[in-house]
Design a protein around this ligand. Structure first.
Ligand SMILES: [Ca+2]
Ligand SMILES: [Ca+2]
Length: 353
């Protein structure tokens, strides 16, 4: 009994002293540093722990709204004041964050009165260290269709003629990238550590096409399964090569309030045998067949009414809307499909999208 009394006395003096401190000192700040993949105990907030069964403990976090869900899923404090990380953080998402922690401890007195033992607000700053845990990913701005990039080189190309430039990005601060040919003829093609693919030897390129599979590798990766990028497939042609659209499919969302003459998007293609200035773009009637019943019947009865709603700039590939669209016209299927055509001016090669 005597011991309990002693404790109560001590708590009381602490509490009074603490209140006095709060009135003169700025809010304290606790800084905790750990790496993004860490899971476990990161700190013990000693003043905020339950000491007897009579303690009533309230621990409140006030997180910045943007990361509230993220932080709630990851941080947990127990009644001993131990602060845990439950799931890995992400250095690539944020490197530091500050939030408020409020601790209230009420101690029930024998007479039924509550004594405030702790009532304290603190800023907690987390500093996240980077772990090299992200895989490299491809960032080539090149035509990409059906999982394949395209390259072109003449059959008679001299050694060390550039064919393609592979380019990957790795968000980790310590990343160090290199590139390797996973599949393909290494006697004919050479891939340098910066991703430049060139012809290799004096051996002539006899085949009309070559396939190459390449991967980017982060030499400093700390997570073995994350060291490599996905495979990039490259189709190299040595004969005439039609122009290619940069994407398999272009999707533009157009509101029904969009004013006529607004540009709703740009289509881009690349020429492999001449400069892209020789490319011309045209819209085509939607392809019939398949599941696009609405369009099919529309084009049968209306005779290509869609063509008058959009116009493509022949040289730039920009698409303008010519009249306001009415959602109700297409309410069963308010998506319009177009196939497109690029023409390589001198050679008249066609390409569809
Ligand atoms: Ca990282
Ligand atoms: Ca990495």
């Amino acid at each position: 009994m005597l011991r309990v009394k002693h404790f109560q006395f001590r708590f009381k003096t602490q509490s009074i002293r603490h209140r006095r401190q709060q009135s003169v000192q700025p809010p304290s700040r606790l800084t905790i540093r750990f790496n993004e993949s860490y899971i476990g105990l990161i700190s013990q907030i000693k003043y905020c722990r339950k000491q007897t069964s009579k303690d009533h403990l309230e621990q409140t976090f006030q997180f910045p709204p943007t990361y509230e869900t993220f932080l709630r899923e990851r941080l947990q404090i127990n009644d001993q004041g131990q602060l845990f990380v439950l799931r890995p953080f992400d250095y690539e998402l944020f490197q530091t964050i500050t939030f408020q922690f409020h601790c209230l401890i009420l101690e029930q007195q024998n007479g039924g009165m509550n004594l405030t033992r702790v009532n304290r607000t603190e800023d907690i700053q987390l500093i996240i260290d980077d772990i090299n845990d992200e895989p490299p990913h491809w960032i080539m701005d090149e035509p990409y269709q059906y999982g394949t990039y395209f390259g072109y080189v003449e059959k008679s190309a001299r050694p060390e003629t550039p064919v393609f430039r592979f380019k990957a990005f790795d968000p980790d601060t310590t990343s160090k990238l290199t590139y390797e040919i996973v599949y393909g003829d290494k006697n004919l093609f050479h891939l340098s550590s910066d991703g430049t693919l060139t012809t290799h030897s004096n051996q002539q390129l006899l085949s009309p096409m070559y396939n190459l599979t390449v991967r980017a590798i982060d030499l400093n990766s700390q997570v073995p399964s994350m060291a490599r990028s996905t495979e990039a497939h490259l189709l190299i042609r040595t004969d005439r090569f039609e122009p290619k659209f940069y994407r398999e499919k272009y999707i533009f969302n157009v509101s029904e309030y969009t004013q006529p003459s607004t540009i709703i998007g740009i289509i881009r293609a690349k020429s492999y045998s001449t400069t892209s200035e020789n490319l011309r773009y045209f819209l085509q009637q939607p392809m019939t067949g398949g599941t696009q019943t609405v369009l099919q019947s529309g084009s049968m009865s209306g005779g290509g009414g869609d063509m008058y709603e959009f116009k493509i700039d022949e040289t730039e590939g920009s698409i303008k809307i010519l009249k306001m669209l009415r959602y109700s016209d297409h309410h069963n299927n308010n998506t319009k499909y177009f196939t497109g055509k690029i023409i390589l001016f001198n050679e008249r090669i066609f390409c569809e999208w």
